[in-house]
Each structure stands twice: as structure tokens, then as C-alpha cells.
Design a protein around this ligand. Structure first.
Ligand code: ATP
Length: 229
């Protein structure tokens, strides 16, 4: 059902201890959409992903998953098609092929997505480049055909061409119906593939719209990033 958002924040506040980090959040992602979540360091982007994935319970408001308020933990939502990619999540002591096997992904599926990994199948994941590690973790997520991907700084510290590769893989999965919410530092690159954008500032959504609508404000968005770094 393409009318029902996969994930939804309704007047959502979440944080740590008694202190909310994000407040009154209104956000949704529908099937087939790539949505970018932008904002300076400390704005609450990671906290938002945690609150939407069941990693953190709401202090106020609701986090919906598949059309209903949910308090289910991430591992349960994972079985229902929620994928979360954060820091390069690979088993460094296993080789690439075994990482895929543990993730219940076949090498055939992974190589279809990232043929670059073919020559690295027997290499320990700890020996892969940062880009290869992230291809491996993204392959593990995307090859299970998730309904929804939450990704926290997929492209942190990676070369521009690798960033393009990873974002293209996400875009293509969304074109087949997956929803994606991406926290990204590469503002211009993510705007190239995103359908919609939310800008978070000090825990609140301060701007939202399509990339075309936000391009005029891009300079302001980028200088606010720099201002808070
Ligand atoms: P960054 O890009 O720097 O990670 P962010 O937008 O993802 O920024 P968050 O990581 O959500 O921001 O952090 C927002 C605020 O919440 C920060 O002030 C941070 O110190 C605080 N915070 C984050 N994680 C925790 C935690 N586990 N316990 C307490 N405070 C936390």
C-alpha cells in the first residue's frame, strides 16, 4: 500500500535521561521515497534515527512503523523489513564472503549490487578499504530487500566516487519500492538523489521540501553546518 508511510514521527520528542534532544518532530517516509535528514553536528539526526527504529523510546508523541505506533525493538522490526546501516557494520575477523553469509545474503546477490567486491571475497573485512566495507554493509542490508532503510552517515570519510556508488544503490532500491531515510554530510550529493529533505536544527525541523525547493537555501544550510562544526 503506497499510501501508508513506512515510518512516521508524530509530535515525537526523544532524548536521553529526562532531556529531549529532538522535539515535536513531524516526519514521514513512504515506499519508493529517498528522504534526506540534514543538519549540523549535534542537531539530533542520529537521535531521530534511533527514535524511529525502536532504539530509543519516545518521551512524547509517537513513532509509527508500518502505519501503527510501535514500541518494538529494532531486532523485531528488522524481521519486518527495517534495515539500519550505521558505522561500517562488518565482522572484521571474517572475510567478505563470510560476512555476507552471516548476513544471509548470497555472494551472487551482493556482486550484482557491487561487482567491485568480487576480487575481495576472500579478504578479511578488516583489510577492506572504508568504501569496500561500506559496500559490504550496504549489500548486507539491501540484498535482504528491506521495506525501509535508515542510514546514518553512510558515506562518512569516503571518496566522492564511492559516495556516488552507495547513493546510487540506495536510489535504485527505492526505485523498486524501498523507503529510505538518509543522514548525510554530503549535502549536494544526497540532494541529487533525494525526493524530499528535512533540515534539523537544535532538535527541531526548521526546513522541509523537495531538493529543488531547498536548493535556493543551500548556501544557508551549508553555512549552518560549518557554523556548528
Ligand atoms: P552528529 O552528526 O554530531 O552525530 P547528530 O545530529 O546526529 O550529530 P545526535 O548524535 O543525535 O546529533 O546528538 C544530539 C545531542 O544528543 C548531542 O548533544 C549529544 O551530545 C546528545 N547525545 C547523543 N547520544 C547521547 C547519549 N547516548 N546519551 C546522552 N546524550 C547523547
Amino acid at each position: 500500500d503506497t499510501d501508508v508511510p513506512l515510518i512516521e514521527a508524530r509530535a515525537l520528542s526523544a532524548g536521553y535521561g529526562s532531556r529531549p534532544v529532538v522535539r515535536d518532530l513531524e516526519l514521514e517516509v513512504r515506499p519508493g521515497e529517498v528522504v534526506a535528514l540534514l543538519g549540523p553536528n549535534g542537531a539530533g539526526k542520529t537521535t531521530t534515527l534511533r527514535a524511529l527504529s525502536g532504539g530509543l523510546l519516545p518521551m512524547h508523541g509517537e513513532a509509527h512503523w508500518l502505519g501503527e505506533p510501535s514500541r518494538a525493538p529494532l531486532h523485531r522490526r528488522a524481521r519486518q523489513g527495517l534495515a539500519y546501516v550505521g558505522e561500517r557494520a562488518v565482522f572484521t575477523r571474517l572475510d567478505t564472503a563470510d560476512n555476507l553469509r552471516v548476513g544471509r545474503v548470497t555472494t551472487e546477490q551482493a556482486l550484482e549490487l557491487f561487482p567491485e567486491l568480487a576480487k575481495r571475497l576472500r579478504t578479511g573485512a578488516g583489510m577492506l578499504s572504508g568504501g569496500e566495507q561500506q559496500m559490504l554493509s550496504l549489500a548486507r542490508a539491501l540484498c535482504r530487500a528491506p521495506r525501509m532503510l535508515l542510514a546514518d552517515e553512510l558515506s562518512l570519510g569516503l571518496a566522492p566516487l564511492v559516495v556516488d556508488r552507495l547513493l546510487r544503490a540506495v536510489r535504485e532500491a527505492a526505485d523498486r519500492g524501498m523507503g529510505a531515510l538518509l543522514v548525510e554530510q554530503h549535502v549536494r550529493k544526497v540532494l541529487d538523489i533525494a525526493d524530499r529533505v528535512y533540515v534539523l536544527h537544535r532538535g527541531r525541523v526548521t526546513m522541509t521540501g523537495t531538493p529543488a525547493e531547498l536548493r535556493a537555501d543551500l548556501d544557508a544550510i551549508e553555512s549552518s553546518y560549518l557554523a556548528e562544526k
